[in-house]
Design a protein around this ligand. Structure first.
Ligand SMILES: [Fe+2]
Length: 471
């Protein structure tokens, strides 16, 4: 096991930085940037509330006894009045200097791996984000993915706009199409969802969000992106195992919700987003009138991200005073304009990892989803985010054992669980209300399929009674 703190990283996904930035940041790197906001947990048979906007900002959970305390932190911060050279202009934030963890290729129940696991859990509870070293293979795949990303986003608008599917939410999202907290984001995105053939029984049955990824023709983007996504999936498995160990859980207690153990279907609803952020100009930039991506939490378990050398990611640390539950009420726009944001500068040769809603739900707030947002910088910026998720069909229930807090009341007995597929669908309906995928899903009444038993059983397949005529 190796835990180290880097002040520089390996040049990776891209070229050098000017002057001071080179010495402190190196090149490529890590971190997040995606879209999304939340979903309503309201009656599953009902379409979600599309724009919950500001009320969500005040949504809080009851304070849990094991809420992450404000602990002494190894994260170095600069005074609010100082800005990092890579921080987007106009923002006020402290700057994180994160330790870099090296993740073993195989996780074993050894004392050193247990120590690593506990260190990672501590870092998540302290910082809300961890930084992990890229392997040489990951460095190469990241570099190739960034090159493919730039090639795709340089295509004519009409070619990019053609990459849309009416059944899945895969494919192209134009700048301004994504909505977070009711405000358009300036990010430009290609989403890589689970890629189902049109002949797949789940697609034919009209299961929400199930469909092909509308890849661009030629150019090899599919192969390049899938190689990187697949490798990050392996990293996700290792991280899930480490989280289990760090929480004191048995092997598989967390992983069983993903269903990638070969016993329960085809695995988690893992997906990825290829992101481009335009440079800031007079009509966009900081604030509600135009931002990269507004404040939100992601919705699954873990998000592994890479970013180029430009910089734009901000996160909020776990805080007992800032409770939210995005699966119950939208956390989009959460404290967008308030103090307390932490700029996460790019560090070459690393990925960053943040936590999603379902990790928070499963651990009863012992680990919390990481609020984050993206600011537009003076140059265009590219990033890649991989989402390691539960099975679409999983109905999750809070974990027991280990360090997971016990209840002071019987609320756990009353908890009917969270259906991840519904949470995911709500997210995308909310974020893309005008997309053809959303309109067709609602127009055809397929939202109600999320209630069906086969959509709530990991590994189940459509039954003959499913609404096949809907697609
Ligand atoms: Fe995100």
């Amino acid at each position: 096991m190796k835990i180290s703190v880097r002040t520089t990283g390996l040049p990776l996904c891209r070229a050098a930085l000017p002057g001071r930035a080179v010495r402190t940041m190196a090149t490529a790197a890590v971190a997040a940037a995606t879209h999304v906001s939340s979903g309503s947990s309201s009656p599953m048979s009902m379409p979600p509330r599309l724009f919950n906007v500001r009320a969500a900002q005040n949504a809080r959970l009851p304070v849990q006894p094991a809420s992450p305390p404000r602990q002494p932190t190894t994260t170095t911060t600069t005074p609010q009045s100082q800005t990092h050279p890579l921080m987007p202009p106009g923002y006020i934030a402290t700057t994180a200097t994160l330790p870099t963890f090296t993740i073993p290729s195989v996780i074993l129940p050894t004392p050193s791996h247990h120590l690593l696991a506990k260190s990672i859990i501590s870092a998540f509870r302290r910082d809300g984000i961890i930084q992990i070293a890229q392997s040489p293979l990951q460095q190469r795949l990241c570099k190739e993915a960034m090159a493919a990303s730039k090639k795709f986003f340089a295509l004519p608008p009409e070619k990019k706009a053609a990459c849309v599917d009416e059944r899945s939410y895969g494919g192209y999202i134009a700048s301004g199409e994504e909505v977070t907290d009711g405000i358009a984001d300036y990010s430009e995105i290609f989403t890589i969802t689970r890629d189902f053939a049109k002949t797949d029984s789940r697609v034919k049955a009209g299961w929400p969000c199930h469909g092909p990824v509308p890849w661009p023709e030629n150019g090899g983007m599919r192969e390049t992106m899938m190689r990187y996504k697949t490798e990050l999936g392996e990293e996700g498995k290792r991280l899930v195992r480490l989280v289990e160990m760090g929480l004191g859980l048995e092997e598989g207690e967390l992983g069983r919700w993903i269903g990638d153990d070969g016993k329960q279907g085809e695995g988690g609803w893992h997906h990825a987003r290829v992101l481009r952020f335009p440079p800031r100009n007079k009509t966009n930039g900081k604030g509600k009138e135009g931002r990269g991506i507004g404040s939100h939490t992601d919705y699954g378990l873990l998000v592994i991200s890479a970013q180029d050398e430009v910089g734009g990611l901000f996160i909020r640390r776990p805080s007992r005073e800032e409770r939210f539950a995005n699966w119950e009420e939208s956390a989009a726009g959460l404290r967008e304009e308030e103090e307390g944001w932490v700029f996460v500068p790019p560090v070459g040769g690393t990925h960053t990892v943040i936590l999603g809603d379902m990790m928070q739900y499963l651990t009863r707030n012992y680990l919390t989803a990481t609020p984050h947002k993206v600011g537009l910088n003076t140059r265009e910026r590219f990033a890649f985010a991989y989402f390691h998720e539960p099975s679409f069909q999983a109905v999750l229930k809070p974990l027991n054992g280990g360090v997971i807090p016990t209840d002071l009341d019987d609320s756990r007995k009353k908890d009917k669980g969270v259906h991840y597929g519904t949470h995911f669908t709500n997210m995308f309906i909310r974020n893309y209300p005008e997309r053809i995928t959303t309109k067709r899903l609602l127009a055809e009444g397929r939202y109600g399929l999320l209630e069906r038993p086969e959509l709530r059983t990991i590994g189940a397949v459509p039954t003959t009674t499913t609404v096949e005529k809907s697609v």
